[in-house]
Design a protein around this ligand. Structure first.
Ligand code: ZN
Length: 292
């Protein structure tokens, strides 16, 4: 593999084919994705695997934050919210994540498929926070996961902002995979194997044996609300939730000071941010509705 930038490697096969970008560490404290990207890099660099066709690009997303072992270089800078039309059309701003987003955007724009590996700040089953469509499913069916969280209204970032949304907007298939709790890297070997199966399925590598694609029966949710931390703070009415914990219509989820946060409809809590990541004006969790 050739280094084509800091923490960016690329290999090209002898024949024309699709371009796949695999990203880990877009958030620097999410170790599973970082491990998987490093293992893929080692696999191709050692010559244990060769590209038969197409292009594979491996990216360690936020290298500065990876060095600092934190989400971003500061709480204000989230690399996975910077792939917006406005930010990418404007000048490079004076912080690392802005430079990195501008550097990664052309790579992502040229990708047929991107796979961005994340993990959550609180315990969670793996899930796929990205679009639910046949072209996306063709890729993520290889992951051991049957839970999809769509966000067609861009409630997560307030606008098109994430790597997968950006790749989708450029005509590719952008995948985001939340591999589980960031404190637990035990799924890294399985994620690594799944990505090898994706690469084989799209013809980038020759599989050791014929592939039999899994056909998961997906549960699909759609994000409907974003809940921010007010200056009064917030306390959950019950114990700290897990992702996809159900809420009933009319249920008091918690209190912003004394003001109750009430579920307007039946749904689930998603992306409950670990308390140490709470900052006034930033989101603390989201609500989603089951659509399939
Ligand atoms: Zn992340």
């Amino acid at each position: 593999m050739d280094a084509i930038g800091s923490g960016i490697w690329q290999a090209k096969g002898p024949r024309h084919g699709v371009h796949i970008v695999v990203l880990g560490g877009v958030h620097g404290d999410e170790k599973t994705g970082i491990d998987v990207v490093r293992k893929l890099h080692a696999l191709f660099t050692a010559g244990d695997e060769h590209l038969a066709a197409g292009t594979l690009t491996l990216v360690l997303g936020n290298e500065e934050a990876i060095r600092l072992i934190q989400r971003g270089t500061s709480v204000e800078h989230n690399l996975n919210r910077l792939f917006t039309e406005k930010h990418l059309a404007g000048p490079v701003l004076d912080f690392y994540e802005s430079r990195r987003a501008h550097q990664l955007a052309p790579l992502l724009a040229s990708a047929n498929v991107s796979i961005d590996l994340h993990s959550t700040s609180s315990p969670s089953s793996p899930f796929l926070p990205c679009a639910f469509s046949p072209r996306h499913e063709r890729i993520y069916r290889w992951f051991s996961c049957d839970l999809v969280l769509t966000d067609p209204d861009y409630i997560l970032g307030g606008e098109r902002a994430t790597t997968d949304e950006y790749v989708d907007s450029c005509g590719g298939a952008g995948i985001c995979f939340e591999t589980g709790f960031a404190g637990d890297t035990s799924r890294a070997p399985a994620v690594f194997e799944s990505i090898k199966q994706v690469l084989a399925d799209v013809g980038l590598i020759i599989p050791a044996r014929p592939l039999s694609p899994p056909e998961p029966d997906y549960r699909v949710y759609r994000i409907v609300r974003r809940i921010f931390l007010s200056p009064d703070g917030f306390s959950y009415a019950a114990k700290f939730p897990e992702s996809f914990q159900p809420v009933q219509k009319g249920e008091v989820i918690g209190y912003h000071g004394t003001r109750p946060e009430i579920a307007e409809e039946e749904g689930v809590i998603v992306f409950p941010k670990a308390r140490e990541l709470w900052h006034p004006g930033h989101d603390i969790f989201f609500l989603a509705r089951r659509i399939r």
